[in-house]
Design a protein around this ligand. Structure first.
Ligand SMILES: C[S@@+](CC[C@H](N)C(=O)[O-])C[C@H]1O[C@@H](n2cnc3c(N)ncnc32)[C@H](O)[C@@H]1O
Length: 189
């Protein structure tokens, strides 16, 4: 992932706060085991660790993972970090929370996007939560944007039952012209 390695290397400081929707969602939730897929420098991973979650964080960018390990060390968190592609990840356990923020549009084939979503569903514990944010607006050449409703359809037609907690489109960016789908679901069975 040359592009992301270069980008992270250009500035190792933690660039962003955790997602607001994640912060709001977790108020009152019991902590447990979390997975941050495509974690980048780990703004969400570090937030989850600060709440007491046991976090596994994976990203294809080795540079991002090294930076996350460094930030985690400074803050005294014990985070399980792995350099790995989302196309390959495998675990022997399920998670109470899976975070997948601003990553899905970088998976450039629709069937691969869908198969990652199915893996996410398999790796979620019953009563666990999936938190996804994905741009719907084309942001760069190397991105495959989703249409609103796709996440909902894939989850609703899976082998599991889901309570869709949130599914809306939010305008973000300086000019408020960038559409992002916020999708949060709980596995009920
Ligand atoms: C825009 S960043 C988002 C990082 C983080 N989720 C956040 O919200 O701050 C996208 C991240 O996805 C990672 N990524 C893209 N494709 C990937 C893949 N196939 N496997 C693993 N990570 C991937 C990139 O390395 C990058 O760190």
């Amino acid at each position: 992932m040359v592009l992301f390695d270069r980008w992270y290397r250009s500035d190792a400081s933690l660039k962003d706060d955790p997602d607001d929707e994640l912060v709001n969602l977790l108020k009152g939730e019991r902590v447990g085991k979390a997975l941050d897929l495509g974690c980048g420098q780990g703004r969400n991973t570090l937030y989850l660790a600060s709440l007491g979650y046991e976090v596994v964080a994976i990203d294809k960018s080795r540079v991002a993972i090294l930076q996350l390990m460094e930030h985690g060390k400074v803050l005294g968190f014990n985070i399980e970090c792995e350099t790995c592609s989302l196309l390959d990840f495998q675990f022997g356990e399920q998670f109470d929370l899976i975070v997948f923020s601003y990553v899905l549009h970088f998976i450039l084939q629709r069937p691969e996007q869908i198969s990652i979503l199915y893996k996410i569903m398999d790796y979620t514990k019953t009563n666990g939560i999936v938190f996804i944010k994905v741009p719907l607006t084309e942001m760069m050449f190397e991105s495959l944007c989703l249409k609103k409703g796709l996440l909902n359809r894939v989850f609703t037609h899976s082998n599991y039952d889901w309570e869709i907690i949130e599914d809306y489109v939010k305008l973000t960016g300086d000019k408020k012209d960038f559409e992002v789908n916020v999708f949060i679901a709980r596995k009920v069975g």
